[in-house]
Design a protein around this ligand. Structure first.
Ligand code: NAD
Ligand code: GLY
Length: 362
């Protein structure tokens, strides 16, 4: 087992990474110092409950264990599910000392975190992420939310877990498309923070396609280290944390225009990163050869690098205006002048942006 720490003063926490960490004996040992409460609630969905719910409950034996099972899908990251979760906690007489356990991907994790942030003004929660995306991104850093019909993640809070437990073995049951979507966020870390890691990914395409345990261990650890470092420097996204959104301004617009559910988040981010790289070529001279390397790596992971259907440039611009990174009505982008570094800017010419949109939307 390897541990990465998110250093946030009193709110610091460990991310435990390893194989078979969800085996009840192993999990029990790890959780005994973290989950002190007599009452726990496992938050999960139907799919994950069947696959791993039993072993997580076994590891928690000796406590009052309730299980809140939500529907499987982004549409369940909603105020309706939040209300049902609150009803469940009240009906089962949970209180301020209860600990919530989020067992699932980003949907379960985001919802559980928001419930934990707000139930009786805040209770402990532990994240057990089961998708690659959740293991390398959404379970770390304390962004919790539910969606509003007008926009994704519009209702939420920054609220850190007490611990994150990442068992890479659970990725063996993850559908291929979901696995690839997680790799998009992994590639992002190479672009924004670590050129050597990017090159390592280029040299380890086959082991990653095969979900090799050693390759995954390295990928998850390095991704969590980068995310933990960024979050420790800027927990509430006042500055540097926004670099984690490389490709996301374009990506969110792509997701939104196609209709949620058409592209997976990671797939839209994959296309968005290629667009951000093309934009970076124009605004800050990212070498063309680096955009080509990025496109080739994403394509090798079976990720899309262009839109499947033409789109309207005006619609894309409007959709990007809805993005949370559009401060004061001015669009901001994460750009990279060199693989391995990135920064946020609103300084670019309108025609540079339109050129990129025309190139991808036609
Ligand atoms: P998800 O939670 O919907 O999971 C994807 C699918 O995989 C689901 O059907 C799920 O049941 C299934 N699944 C999960 N683990 C499995 C396993 N081990 N074996 C078999 N099936 C498994 O999707 P996701 O990509 O994990 O998360 C997407 C969500 O994360 C979005 O709502 C997004 O907004 C959010 N997100 C949050 C942050 C953050 O910082 N909080 C960052 C990125 C994304
Ligand atoms: N996924 C972006 C962030 O956590 O800030």
């Amino acid at each position: 087992m390897h541990t990465v720490r998110v250093e946030l003063g009193q709110r610091s926490y460990p991310i435990a990474i390893g194989e078979q960490l969800l085996q009840p004996e192993q999990l029990q040992v790890f959780l005994q110092d973290i989950v002190k409460s007599r009452q726990v609630v496992v938050f999960t969905n139907e799919t994950l409950n069947q696959l791993y719910g039993g072993q997580v409950r076994k590891a928690l034996a000796g406590r009052q264990i309730d299980t809140f099972v939500m529907g499987d899908g982004e549409q369940f990251k909603s105020l309706q599910t939040y209300q049902a979760a609150m009803d469940f906690l009240m009906q089962h007489r949970h209180n301020r000392t209860t600990c919530l356990i989020a067992l699932g991907g980003g949907v379960v994790g985001d919802l559980t975190g928001f419930v934990a942030a707000t139930f009786q003004r805040g209770v402990d929660f532990v994240a057990i992420p089961t998708t690659l995306l959740a293991q390398v991104d959404s379970s770390v850093g304390g962004k919790t939310a539910v969606n509003h019909p007008a926009g994704k993640n519009m209702i939420g809070a920054f609220y850190q877990p007490k611990a994150v437990v990442i068992d890479s073995s659970v990725l063996s049951t993850l559908p291929a498309r979901e696995y690839a979507a997680g790799l998009a966020e992994v590639v992002k870390y190479g672009v924004i923070a670590d050129a050597d890691f990017f090159a390592w990914l280029e040299n380890n395409i086959t082991p990653l396609q095969q979900r090799s345990a050693d390759a995954l261990a390295h990928v998850i650890q390095r991704s969590c280290e980068i995310k933990a470092d960024v979050v420790a420097r800027d927990e509430r996204e006042g500055g540097v944390r926004a670099i984690l959104n490389f490709g996301h301004t374009f990506g969110h617009a792509i997701e939104n225009l196609a209709g949620y559910g058409t592209w997976l988040h990671g797939e839209a981010v994959s296309i968005g990163m290629v667009m951000a790289a093309r934009f970076s070529q124009k605004v800050c001279n990212l070498p063309q050869e680096q955009t080509q390397r990025l496109s080739a790596l994403l394509a090798a992971f079976d990720l899309p690098i262009s839109l499947s259907e033409p789109a309207s440039v005006t619609d894309m611009l409007n959709a990007m205006g809805m993005d949370k990174k559009a401060a004061d009505g001015r669009l901001r982008f994460v750009l990279s002048a060199q693989i391995g570094s990135a920064w946020v800017t609103d300084s670019f010419a309108a025609d540079q942006l339109e050129d990129v949109l025309n190139e991808f939307c036609s």
